[in-house]
Design a protein around this ligand. Sequence first.
Ligand code: ATR
Length: 277
Amino acid sequence: MADASRAFVAGHPIAHSRSPLIHGTWLIRHGIDGSYTALDVPAEEFRALTVELRSGRWVGGNVTIPHKETAYQLVDRRDAAAEAIGAVNTLWLEDGLLVGGNTDAYGFAANLDQRLAGWRSGETALVLGAGGASRAIIHALFEAGFSHVDLVNRTVERAERIAARFGDRVTARGWDAADRLVGAADLVVNTTPLGMKGQPPLALDFASARADAMATDIVYVPLETPFLRRAAEAGLKTCDGLGMLLHQAVPGFARWFGCVPEVDEELRDIVIADMAG
Ligand code: ATR
């Protein structure tokens, strides 16, 4: 196999990454003679991987925790999304330069485009959580035409730091403001790990929610989190987080292997079966 058809996902730990399953499914589907390998790369070894990349040993790769900010620092050039988000999750070579992109915002928006009709007509979003995923999602919301984000976080200082990146379009608040802010939101987004298998549920009161409000989660194990269940019971249209994971993989695959793969029910079912097993 030619070197140029090898891609990877690098992280630490990496054993539970679903990316090899997603890309492996697409490689088979499209009959591409390439590979996509999980690499367990501790923080101190990440720089060596970028040297390998520049040497042409790999066509590119994904990076995940704990390398997204380091990758942002080490690349020669970044795409606009990576620049805005401050983190890189996809690497490729272009004219001999190592380029870093961020596909999380794309993945968030593409998932909702596919499964939550009408979400782009929203103006105000309530975003819960202020980690790396939150930055990508806020970027996606403004790209989609939202005009304001209420950002709620347990540690309000972290929310304030993100708000400072986006100017007065983002208002940072402590968690105690969340229930009240639901009433102003067209879209409510959970970006915290709350509700994930083994984590406490996210408790949010949807009593004041608007009739046409919608909700989505980045958690996808389980697919229906307590947060989404309560939102649905209150009459909100909801969308689970699995599609964000699937769609964020699309731009990397397209760059490395030269064809745009499909996110469809069959792929969802393959990943859901893997999560269950
Ligand atoms: P990421 O990996 O996305 O960069 P993270 O450090 O895992 O971010 O944190 C994700 C978000 O979940 C943060 O907003 C975090 O709140 P803090 O900034 O206060 O730590 C939030 N989070 C995690 N566990 C939480 C909990 N038990 N209650 C409330 N928020 C929580």
